[in-house]
Design a binder for this molecule. Structure first.
Ligand SMILES: *Cc1c(COP(=O)(O)O)cnc(C)c1O
Length: 246
């Protein structure tokens, strides 16, 4: 598979540079330091070769949404990279996922958190995690509801193996980026409320994707998860298979 498969004019390195500039500008506009925002390059659906191009351009943190796909890709790449799971984690995949991922952004229920905690203990690990909150109350999405995270917070904080970094959200899809802003604000305000109640610091806000990460940064994002703007537009697996078959 050739590099630049579906990239029209620009290379992954150029795209990364452009995204970094936009992150720095958005941070500065929001009165924050560019270094306050971590760029997670979302490499889901793209082959290891694309990741290698990004690594050559200085990127070290990558996001994947499927455990199996990541487990196939990770051994093809340098060991120094940091892998983040950003997609729903099925209960039967926890044991395989834990050693592979440095960070799990998608802890979306107390039951999953308890299972991750128990298996982390078995494996001798202390995973960094984000609690995914469905602030848009979008029926199609995973995540704690605002009510359930309030109710479950104490039980979550009792799980000694989990290093809870903060909250994560995926707003309902809308081509108009500004529509995501209220969801980012809601996540930040919820975080502030939970910190006040528990006294536990929750500095991380994992929010913002290609379409809306500048807005997320203005609203306090500490991690943005960007795929399309770095690697190009993803095709469905079926479309790619049809293309490869000619
Ligand atoms: C795919 C994905 C992203 C990246 O989306 P882009 O629009 O390609 O930047 C970010 N977060 C999650 C949870 C995703 O599944």
């Amino acid at each position: 598979m050739g590099g630049g498969l579906s990239m029209s004019e620009t290379s992954i390195a150029e795209n990364l540079e452009h995204v970094r500039e936009k992150i720095a500008a958005a941070a500065t506009r929001g009165g924050r330091q560019p270094g306050d925002v971590t760029l997670l390059a979302v490499s889901k659906t793209w082959p290891a070769e694309f990741v290698r191009e990004a690594v050559a351009a200085g990127q070290t943190a990558f996001g994947e949404n499927k455990v199996q796909e990541a487990l196939a890709k990770i051994p093809e790449l340098p060991g120094k990279l940091e892998w983040h799971l950003i997609g729903h984690l099925q209960k039967n995949k926890v044991k395989a996922a834990l050693p592979a991922f440095a960070v799990i952004h998608s802890i979306d229920s107390l039951a999953l958190a308890e299972r991750v905690d128990r298996l982390a203990e078995e494996l001798g690990l202390f995973p960094k995690v984000y609690l995914e909150v469905n602030v848009g109350e979008d029926a199609a999405k995973h995540g704690f509801s605002v009510a359930s995270i309030r109710a479950d917070l104490d039980a979550l904080l009792d799980l000694e193996r989990l290093h809870i970094q903060g909250l994560m959200t995926i707003p309902p899809f809308d081509p108009e980026a500004e529509k995501a802003r209220p969801h980012f604000v809601a996540l930040r305000e919820l975080r502030d409320e939970l910190v006040e109640r528990s006294g536990i610091p929750l500095p991380g806000l994992s929010m913002g994707m290609s379409l809306d990460y500048e807005i997320a940064i203005q609203e306090g994002a500490t991690v943005v998860r960007v795929g399309t703007e770095i690697f190009g537009k993803r095709k469905s697996l079926l479309a790619r298979q049809a293309e490869e078959a000619g």
